[in-house]
Design a protein around this ligand. Structure first.
Ligand code: ADP
Ligand code: ZN
Length: 745
């Protein structure tokens, strides 16, 4: 987080307190659309409206859901004023939340309505829930004309006597199709019980005892608990190695928040939200939390949205979008794995979930806990400058050892041709398997091979709509673009020269690695894990269980396996290409590689068994490799900080990217030239570009980038807004603003 622009930078004015008696004749309503600000509407006689009320209003012939944002702007004459159609029966959006949305809009230089849309992720939730129909045994005996098939018998047994359950759940419990259950309803053996509204969310029980904490854990927990009890704002970096008990510690803070009767929010990178985490929560608090991520069903979304708004959802765990739920009374925000790039939203409103969480805490007077074993340089510097506090957990719980990290110099310890595992790593794997333990091979590259090339003419197979190579996915028999999702069958002929059988795979992806492993270790049980073969928390959970039950000897995976899973028998980690993330000249390439490889390394030896990690690298002298091998995180961060300070880069300066894109290359170039002419100029400000983005064409759109580099205290948002206000871009050109960019493609 950087200093915020002053409040008046946000467009809509502050809303007054909800007035008693009939409301004003006009109100300003913010719509979830990319408009400049809120629009005025007439309040029909008899309707009472206050700030934050959810309403339906007409616009351009359609009905939209909006939120009363404040008093009317008076910019529309009475004759053209349209009336509010209805007010929804949900609690009004709290003032702190509306203020938050305005500030997010100001910070990200986005239209406020576009930010509001992030909070209306389940508009179905505004209407009262349709009654659910549950079924239970009717108590009627089976007559002579009822056929009690074995399947039907199973249903009756599974149901027992009392409980009424949804049809689908009954079928699942009994292991039969829903038709069987319906048959029993038709026969009168089951009866329908309509229940109004949503099923209530269970309330986690904070009175249940937690584990006995170590002295350091207890001290950190007490500190957080006090802050939560006192409703004291402030961001705390909870810094501790993997396995040091950060989760246990922030669970204590959640318990304190529950005891205060307030809501707690835990943000996690979506792929880290696994069954393991949910199970632990349930073991600790007796009930599951409410979830909010891409896999939540629309029925649960509407229920959870409403429950966040009414306060019935006491703990919400979710991806970054969960920050935008309109919580009735938020009392704590935890951002787990705060360094993770997954918190950055890269399209639409471009924002960083962690930074916006800090902002939300600041506005609401809410404690914010940022947990990580490898904190971001941003957060570390914020601790150094006194903006955040820090709590440290130095040791692994139960004295488990951190793994030893060894380097394999690929220039000496070379894999054979068309193979990727160095002899040393192969030997270590053999020993690990012989000891009945598990190994993990990490390669952050999906598919079989990142490049397919014609041996006859040198042609490289590229995506037709992106500046990117097609990646072969041999298991699926396809070539895929990892940027736009384009996919095509692998051709037999080279599309350029027409030669047959000349296309060759270059370089390894995890599928190719699996092929090598199968050849070398034919008896080992190998499992391949990548985000395309394993999607969503449930699938990851199943895999974690299989590994935990030791049904897998060698796990091969991309970064989905790097996250906080706990595998007690895993004692060897091989990082196949440790240099992979260092290429590309990205500002945070070193930091990110360090974080990712530390996380992967953290998978090894978490129980009593010590672990060993091998890093295969072509550049063992690289500062990132050296720091990893020495386990010198703080030294690495210090060196990284010094480099960024000297280069005037974040977090010591500010960056914003402007990305122009258009299906037409001439259009986007014209727009870029126009913007270049009016680029802001100041002695300590530099504007780089326009330059073709590294991904010069993406999804058929040509892209040009500007990069603005400004001092920390510069009013970056105002500079960007003024700049863009001066130009009118052609309709075909889209302009995206990325404040604090993390991606540089
Ligand atoms: P982190 O979040 O820092 O990676 P966790 O909270 O996941 O660490 O703790 C790692 C493991 O150690 C977990 O299985 C956790 O249940 C266990 N653990 C941590 N602290 C304690 C404790 N005080 N008593 C019992 N088990 C603990
Ligand atoms: Zn593509």
């Amino acid at each position: 987080m950087y200093p915020m622009p002053p409040d008046h930078a946000s467009s809509p004015r502050a809303a007054p307190a909800r007035a008693p008696g009939p409301g004003p004749a006009r109100v300003a309503v913010l719509l979830p659309l990319p408009l400049k600000g809120a629009y005025d509407y007439a309040v029909p006689p008899g309707m009472e409206l206050g700030p934050g009320d959810y309403v339906a209003v007409p616009l351009g012939g359609t009905r939209h859901v909006g939120v009363v944002w404040g008093p009317a702007t008076g910019e529309v004459d009475a004759a053209r004023l349209k009336p509010v159609l209805l007010r929804y029966d949900v609690p009004p959006m709290p003032e702190a939340h509306r203020h938050f949305l305005d500030r997010v809009a100001a910070y990200t230089v986005s239209p406020p309505g576009a930010v509001l849309r992030l909070s209306l992720g389940a508009t179905a939730a505004l209407a009262p829930a349709a009654p659910a129909i549950l079924y239970r045994r009717s108590g009627r005996p089976a007559g002579p004309d009822t056929r009690l098939t074995p399947a039907r018998r199973k249903v009756l047994e599974a149901l027992g006597d009392e409980a009424a359950r949804p049809l689908g759940e009954i079928a699942r419990l009994a292991g039969v199709g829903t038709g069987v259950v319906r048959g029993l309803v038709d026969q009168g053996l089951l009866e329908a019980v309509p229940v109004p509204g949503d099923r209530p969310l269970p309330v986690p029980d904070w009175r249940l005892p937690g584990p006995e904490l170590s002295a350091e854990q207890a001290a950190a927990a007490a500190d957080l608990v006090a802050q939560v009890r006192e409703h004291r704002a402030g961001t705390v970096l909870l810094d501790g190695v993997t396995g040091s008990g950060k989760t246990e510690v922030y669970f204590e803070a959640i318990g304190a928040c529950l005891a205060e009767g307030r809501q707690a929010l835990v943000l996690v990178p979506e792929i880290a939200l696994t069954g393991q985490w949910l199970d632990r929560f349930e073991r600790r608090f007796g009930q599951p939390p409410a979830e909010w991520h891409s896999e939540v069903s629309s029925r649960d979304r509407r229920r959870n949205w409403r429950a966040a708004a009414t306060g019935a959802a006491r703990v919400v765990v979710g991806a970054r979008s969960a920050l935008f739920l309109p919580y009735a009374d938020l009392g704590l925000i935890v951002v787990d794995e705060e360094h993770d790039g997954a918190f950055k939203q890269e399209d639409g409103v471009i924002y960083h979930g962690r930074d916006m969480a800090v902002l939300r805490g600041h506005i609401g007077g809410i404690p914010v806990v940022l947990a990580s074993a490898t904190p971001s340089l941003e957060s570390v510097i914020n601790v150094e400058t006194g903006r955040y506090r820090m709590l440290r957990l130095p040791d692994r719980h139960g004295g488990a050892q951190l793994p030893e990290i060894r380097m394999i110099d690929l220039r000496r310890d070379r894999p054979e041709r068309q193979r990727w595992l160095a002899p040393t790593l192969v030997r270590a794997m053999t020993e690990t398997l012989a000891a009945g333990e598990q190994a993990l091979l990490f390669l952050n590259r999906r598919g079989y091979a990142p490049l397919t090339l014609c041996r006859a003419c040198g042609h490289r197979l590229e995506c037709p709509s992106c500046t990117a190579w097609l990646v072969e996915h041999r298991l699926a028999g396809r070539l895929q673009c990892h940027h736009c999702g384009y996919s095509t069958a692998l051709p037999r002929q080279c599309p350029a020269c027409g030669e047959e059988d000349t296309l060759a795979a270059c370089g390894p992806g995890v599928e190719r690695l699996a092929e090598e492993v199968a050849q070398r270790f034919p008896d080992a049980r190998v499992e391949l894990v990548a985000s395309d073969t394993l999607t969503g928390p449930r699938a990851i959970e199943a895999l974690v269980d299989r590994v935990g039950r030791h049904e897998v000897d060698i796990l091969i995976g991309t970064q989905v396996v790097a996250k906080g899973h706990h595998f007690p028998m895993l004692t060897l980690v091989g990082v196949v290409d440790a240099d992979l993330g260092l290429h590309g000249g990205d500002l945070r390439a070193g930091e990110r590689t360090f974080q990712l490889l530390s996380q992967v390394a953290g998978r090894a030896g978490r129980a009593e068994r010590p672990g060993i990690v091998y890093l295969q690298t072509l550049d063992p002298a690289h500062p990132v490799m050296q720091a990893l091998a020495r386990g010198d995180r703080d030294g690495f961060l210090a060196a990284e900080a010094e480099g960024r300070r000297q280069a005037h880069m974040p977090p010591f300066a500010r960056l914003a990217a402007l990305i122009l894109s258009s299906p037409s290359a001439p259009d986007v170039d014209r727009a870029a030239t126009m913007l270049a002419r009016t680029a802001p100029a100041a002695p300590d400000l530099s504007v780089l570009g326009p330059a073709p983005a590294p991904l010069a064409v993406l999804r058929g759109r040509h892209r040009r980038r500007f990069l603005v580099n400004a001092p920390r205290r510069a009013p970056l948002q105002a500079i960007l807004r003024d700049w863009l206000d001066q130009v009118r871009l052609p309709a075909s050109v889209r302009c995206q603003i990325d404040v604090d960019p993390y991606g540089f493609l």
